[in-house]
Design a protein around this ligand. Structure first.
Ligand SMILES: [Zn+2]
Length: 322
């Protein structure tokens, strides 16, 4: 199922074997076939204000001077693709957005043609092709990792990117650092005909979702499912089966989705984690997804929670086996 999830694998040729060859990477970047995706503060450059496709620049374009060396993403239809983070420019800094789930502002760079603009990937993730969604997700996660790892975690000295942007090296102590992905479990907890949903204090009005949480060190995903559900809702979970996954580049998570069988039904929420949790029947969920529920709105398009609930409603999920 994961190929139908937003940001699901598009089968990109990442050409990892070339990363150690700095000369070859440089040659590929300089070639006329090279295409470059510029990001500014995690916002990709879109081709125009419909935001349905990314803006790919030639590597000699004045808008491709990054804060650091470009990151090699691989080959798309045989053409080498790169991404880089643009340094701040004056106009953009003056339009800094407020906080919130989605940044609604758009920026135009003086060196990048007028129709191209920088916008929040969350607003457009479902409009992109799977290939462009994968490239934007890779770019966003990798560049945010570079931005947050300029100094060595071992000795505190500055680090430099290497291996086409898939590694950072510390010259002072010799340590190598690699991009991280944080695993998160998200679970469809069911009991008979009902599913458990909850909302956190920060959620938009009427928004509920499946429970989710980070996997802790030394923990299996299945145990993380049982622990998180019990901590947040007081519900005991028995059998747990893997469903599908989604890379989630905000900034670098990997969502691992599970179907979990509840063994108790009395909800006892942790008020720090959740504002409310409730059991919703299949019929009630169908009303939510038809937009006919007075208290609960359907999940966001593109989020894996919505994908799983839609498949549960359509009875397309496999049986829980483990
Ligand atoms: Zn070091």
């Amino acid at each position: 199922m994961s190929d139908r999830v937003t940001f699901g694998g598009s089968g990109l040729d990442r050409a990892g074997n070339l990363r150690k060859n700095a000369d070859r990477i440089e040659e590929l970047f300089a070639s006329p076939e090279a295409r470059v995706l510029a990001l500014w503060r995690g916002k990709p450059c879109f081709a125009d204000d419909s935001r349905t496709s990314l803006a790919w620049l030639a590597s000699g374009h004045p808008g491709t001077t990054g804060s650091e060396a470009p990151v090699f993403l691989g080959f798309d239809e045989g053409r080498p693709v790169f991404t880089l983070a643009l340094p701040d420019w004056e106009e953009a800094c003056a339009q800094l957005p407020g906080s919130g789930f989605s940044d609604l502002t758009e920026q135009v760079h003086p060196a990048i043609p007028e129709s191209h603009l920088f916008a929040d990937l969350r607003r457009s993730m479902t409009a992109l092709t799977p290939r462009e969604a994968e490239l934007a997700a890779m770019g966003r996660s990798l560049l945010s990792w570079h931005a947050a790892h300029r100094f060595c975690a071992n000795c505190g000295q500055p680090t430099r990117p290497s291996h086409g942007g898939w590694q950072r090296d510390c010259n002072a102590c010799g340590a190598h650092h690699f991009p991280r992905t944080d695993p998160v479990v998200i679970m469809l907890v069911t009991r008979g005909n009902s599913v458990l949903i909850g909302r956190s204090a920060g959620f938009a009005e009427r928004m509920y979702s499946l429970l989710a949480g980070y996997i802790e060190p030394g923990e299996t995903p299945e145990d993380a499912v049982r622990r998180e559900v019990f901590e947040e809702s007081g519900i005991r979970v028995g059998r747990v089966s893997y469903l599908t996954s989604q890379p989630w580049p905000f900034p670098s998570s990997l969502m691992l989705a599970f179907h979990a069988e509840a063994e108790s039904s009395e909800i006892n929420i942790d008020p720090v984690e959740l504002q409310d949790a409730r059991w919703v029947t299949r019929e009630e969920m169908a009303r939510i997804y038809a937009g006919e529920h007075p208290e609960i709105a359907a999940g966001r398009p593109g989020a894996i929670a919505r994908f799983i609930i839609e498949n549960w409603l359509a009875d397309r999920l496999p049986e829980i086996t483990a």
